[in-house]
Design a protein around this ligand. Structure first.
Ligand code: GRF
Length: 194
């Protein structure tokens, strides 16, 4: 990697553990992704993703969602967009971010926001897609990296990969199997859109 040109500047939004962010960092460290994470934002001050980022010396911020439990208010989206721009972010990666991104943020990064979703979209959009797959009794599900638009998990697909569902699977065992694939697929999708 050319040290004078650190590659694509990424911003990450997450609400939880941040294992996908970790996978992106690992791909960067392994020289498989010419990128740098400049800022990690979370709507959840307790999220482990913030701790993971801080341990790596990556700047973090908590998004102030004005007390709303699930909504991503416009003011918070504008602040998020401004912070990402100030950090020089060129590509925004949602990694387990639990709020719907709408116009204020989409308009600031047109066609530059990606999401990873644990199903073969358009099947099982929305929450706990792995549990939806187990409940539906399907024999195959997967994961998808897609561009974010103003729908729920509806944007154009960049990459998808299938994951088998075993008869003995619980929601948890299936999610763990999907996550192994997610961790490979997200860095690959980022490379594809760079
Ligand atoms: C992943 O399964 C992702 O597909 C979904 O939320 C989960 C986030 O996991 N959107 P992590 O925080 O990256 O570990």
């Amino acid at each position: 990697m050319n040290r004078l040109n650190p590659g694509m500047i990424l911003g990450i939004l997450g609400s939880g553990s941040g294992s996908n962010m970790q996978a992106i960092l690992d791909a960067i460290d392994a020289g498989q992704l010419d990128a740098r994470i400049a800022l990690v934002l979370s709507d959840n001050p307790q999220a482990y993703i913030l701790e993971r980022a801080a341990k790596r010396g990556i700047p973090t911020r908590v998004i102030d969602c004005r007390g709303f439990a699930t909504k991503f208010p416009d003011e918070a989206q504008l602040e998020t967009a401004q912070q990402l721009k100030e950090a020089g972010v060129e590509l925004v990666c949602l990694a387990g971010f639990m709020r719907l991104v709408k116009r204020p943020l989409l308009d600031a990064f047109p066609q530059r926001i990606l999401n990873i979703h644990p199903s073969l979209l358009p099947a099982f959009p929305g929450l706990q897609a792995w549990k939806q797959a187990v409940d539906a009794g399907v024999s195959e599900t997967g994961c998808t990296v897609h561009y974010v638009d103003d729908g729920m998990d509806t944007g154009p697909i960049i990459l998808q990969e299938k994951v088998p569902v075993m008869p003995e699977d619980t929601a948890e065992t299936l999610h763990a199997r999907i996550q192994v694939v997610e961790h490979r697929l997200y860095p690959e999708a980022i490379r594809k859109v760079m």
